[in-house]
Design a protein around this ligand. Structure first.
Ligand code: GRF
Length: 180
C-alpha cells in the first residue's frame, strides 16, 4: 500500500507546496492558526489542521493531540518543513524514526532557527541544505542527505537565501521519494 505522509509547517510553507506538488500529502499540520501554509493547503486541496500550544494544558497534551491525528490518518512519514517547535518526548516516542526535517545549512554547521543568516554572517564561502532524522536535539539527528550551496562573490543575503531555498526544493522531494 502507498505510504502516507504528513507535513508540519509553522509559517510560509513553500517547502510544503513543493512536496504537495510532488506527492499526495495526507494532511498538513500547523502550530499557528494564521500560518500562510494553510492558504497554500486550501489552494492545493490538501487537508489541513492547525492548533496552538497555548490551547492545551501543556506540551505533552498538545503533542498527544498531534499523535492522535497522525495515528488516525495512519501516517508513515512526517516531514517537518519550517516547523519551528522543538519536538518533545510525546511526539518523539510515537514517531522517532519516521520523522524527518529539512534545515537550510550544511549540518552540523549552523543549527538552529537562523541557519541562513548565521552562515551569511560567518562569511562562509559555501553553506548548504540538510535533510535529517528528527531526534530530541535541535537539528542534531542523523543526516540523510545534504547538498552544498555556494556563496557567490556578488551575492546579497537575499540572493544567497533564494539559492538555498531552491536547493531545498530540489533535495527534499528527492529524499522523500527515496524513503517512500
Ligand atoms: C526552510 O528554509 C526550512 O529549511 C526551515 O524553515 C524554512 C521554511 O520555509 N526549517 P517554508 O515555510 O517552507 O517556506
Amino acid at each position: 500500500m502507498a505510504k502516507k505522509i504528513a507535513v508540519f509547517a509553522s509559517g510560509n510553507g513553500s517547502n510544503f507546496q513543493v512536496i504537495a506538488e510532488a506527492f499526495p500529502v495526507a494532511f498538513v499540520f500547523s502550530d499557528h492558526r494564521d500560518a500562510y501554509v494553510l492558504k497554500r493547503a486550501q489552494v492545493l486541496d490538501v487537508k489541513a489542521y492547525a492548533f496552538e500550544l497555548k490551547e492545551f494544558a501543556n506540551k505533552a497534551a498538545y503533542e498527544q493531540a498531534i499523535v492522535e491525528l497522525l495515528e488516525q490518518h495512519q501516517i508513515d512519514l512526517v516531514c517537518l518543513a519550517g516547523y519551528m517547535k522543538i519536538v518533545g518526548p510525546t511526539l518523539l516516542a510515537a514517531y522517532e524514526g519516521r520523522m524527518i526535517n529539512i534545515h537550510p545549512a550544511y549540518l552540523p554547521d549552523f543549527p538552529g532557527a537562523h541557519g541562513i543568516e548565521d552562515a551569511w554572517e560567518a562569511g562562509v564561502d559555501q553553506s548548504g541544505v540538510t535533510v535529517h532524522w528528527v531526534d530530541s536535539g535541535v537539528d542534531t539527528g542523523q543526516i540523510i542527505a545534504q547538498v552544498r550551496v555556494p556563496r557567490l562573490a556578488d551575492d546579497t543575503i537575499e540572493s544567497f537565501e533564494a539559492r538555498i531555498h531552491e536547493a531545498e526544493y530540489q533535495l527534499y522531494p528527492k529524499v522523500i521519494k527515496d524513503l517512500l
